[in-house]
Design a binder for this molecule. Structure first.
Ligand SMILES: Nc1ncnc2c1ncn2[C@@H]1O[C@H](COP(=O)(O)OP(=O)(O)OP(=O)(O)O)[C@@H](O)[C@H]1O
Length: 442
């Protein structure tokens, strides 16, 4: 079971064995990796409940490396008296906690008990919002869709601007599916040059090209019985698109330089922030592949189109950060700035801004001064008077009606754009048009 595996990464084998015994006594399975490459290949293949990371493996920041392969796994640093400062630094980079060596088995067991209790709490609180955190109608609908598609093996295409949570959605589908205890393997199609991407996806045989000293399994093979998440699919080179199409159609492939045909059972979820139908028209994306991928389409709206979720997301991030830093709350004025901002980097940007604010505020409260200048600017722009107040006064209802009509005219009747111009959701716009009897066709 996924939840029962704990990975120990440390080159101090006798310490690993002590930890292994304590872990087993608590009913978990311990897996030991004595070097970073072994650890990475385990992290690609399996999902772990927890990782212990010894600082002796520290050459090119293994913490960051592990987080890139397994972003959500909690990591506990193992530190010597002399390396405690480094361990504290690791906490700032996202490690959950640290233990000093020699490891005290009782302390280790306590950590496992605390984690298990907080895991149970987390599970009961995540049930409130199911998969994607949010209460706006669009997110409720997406969560329903995630639940439905999770029960199938259908290919899913997830679209949305950068930072809207496409990977979170893909992972949610995997976790809610029958494949949840099998691998979830991510490939970022834009991060790798074409030749490397091919070997990364399909693996290679020994001697397939200069530098291929050993046989290597590709991500599809590693994901057998699980899910492959192809991020930034819109940037996949055309030659690779043809090979991907074959995998989707025939569920088979050959390693680079190999003749043996391998059959695999994987579910494919792809994501892009590009407009794939435009790419098809421009000849940059294969039409047949587009239809193959687009069996189920999930579109994640940008944060500015679901502003009502902003306070909920802010408190979610504050809550998460309170495990590492002192618990803080956001002042009313700062919340207003957060609400008014247009969030071009979406939820990722919000997460960074809240983390920065939590770190720099000395107080228990986050104030406007702790937010970056662009948020203050956006607020100044929104308060700039755009409507003149006549001497005889004007009713607010009338102002709202006029603004809605202006937004619909400006967007040439496009409801999504009009809602964007007003900083409200499309359903909030439709509600208001109905309330005031404003016709939708302008
Ligand atoms: N609904 C959500 N609740 C909490 N955190 C979220 C949510 N959606 C996204 N995030 C967080 O926002 C960040 C960006 O999410 P993610 O990587 O899934 O976005 P993306 O759309 O795949 O971005 P990109 O296109 O740049 O790859 C992550 O740190 C993720 O944990």
């Amino acid at each position: 079971m996924t939840d029962s595996k704990i990975l120990i990464i440390d080159n101090d084998i006798s310490s690993c064995r002590t930890m292994e015994r304590a872990i087993q006594q608590e009913g978990y399975q311990a897996i030991i990796a004595t070097n970073e490459p072994d650890a990475v290949s385990l992290l690609i293949k399996e999902m772990f409940y927890l990782v212990f990371l010894g600082l002796e493996t520290d050459n090119n920041d293994p913490l960051i490396n592990i987080k890139s392969f397994s972003p959500s796994v909690p990591i506990i640093m193992l530190a010597h008296q002399g390396t405690i400062e480094k361990a504290i630094d690791a906490l700032k980079k996202g490690a959950m906690d640290y233990m000093t060596k020699p490891v005290n088995p009782e302390k280790l067991k306590n950590i496992l008990k605390t984690l298990s209790a907080s895991h149970k709490n987390k599970l009961s609180s995540t049930q409130d919002y199911n998969y994607i955190l949010g209460e706006t109608p669009a997110i409720i609908e997406i969560n329903r869709l995630i639940e439905k598609v999770a029960a199938t093996n259908a290919t899913v295409l997830i679209t949305g601007e950068s930072g809207t949570g496409k990977e979170v959605a893909a992972m949610s589908i995997h976790r809610a599916s029958q494949r949840c205890n099998n691998p979830f393997v991510t490939v970022n199609c834009v991060a790798l040059p074409e030749q490397l991407l091919e070997s990364e996806l399909f693996g290679h045989e020994k001697g397939a090209f200069t530098g291929a000293f050993t046989k290597r399994q590709g991500r599809f093979e590693l994901a057998h019985t699980g899910t492959v998440f192809l991020d930034e699919i819109g940037d996949m080179p055309l030659t690779m698109q043809a090979k991907l199409l074959r995998i989707l159609q025939e569920k088979s492939f050959e390693r680079v330089g190999g003749t043996e045909t391998l059959n695999i059972d994987v579910r494919v979820i792809a994501a892009t922030n590009k407009n794939l139908s435009d790419a098809v028209m421009n000849g940059m994306f294969r039409e047949d592949l587009y239809y193959r991928l687009n069996v189920i389409h999930i579109h994640l709206p940008p944060l500015r189109e679901r502003k009502e979720d902003i306070p909920l997301l802010v408190s979610h991030f504050l809550d998460k950060l309170s495990h590492t830093y002192q618990a803080k709350k956001v002042s009313g004025e700062a919340m207003r700035l957060l609400y008014n901002y247009c969030w071009p980097g979406n939820i990722r940007e919000m997460q960074n801004i809240i983390e920065r604010a939590v770190i720099i505020s000395q107080d228990l409260e986050i104030l406007p001064v702790h937010l970056p200048p662009e948020l203050q600017k956006s607020s100044a722009a929104t308060v700039e008077p755009i409507i003149r107040l006549p001497d005889e006064g004007i009713s607010l209802v009338e102002v709202e009606k006029q603004l809605i009509i202006m937004a619909l005219q400006k967007s040439k009747g496009n409801q999504t754009k009009a809602a964007q111009l007003l900083g409200i959701t499309r359903s909030a716009l439709l509600y208001r048009t109905q309330k005031y009897g404003i016709p939708l066709i302008t």
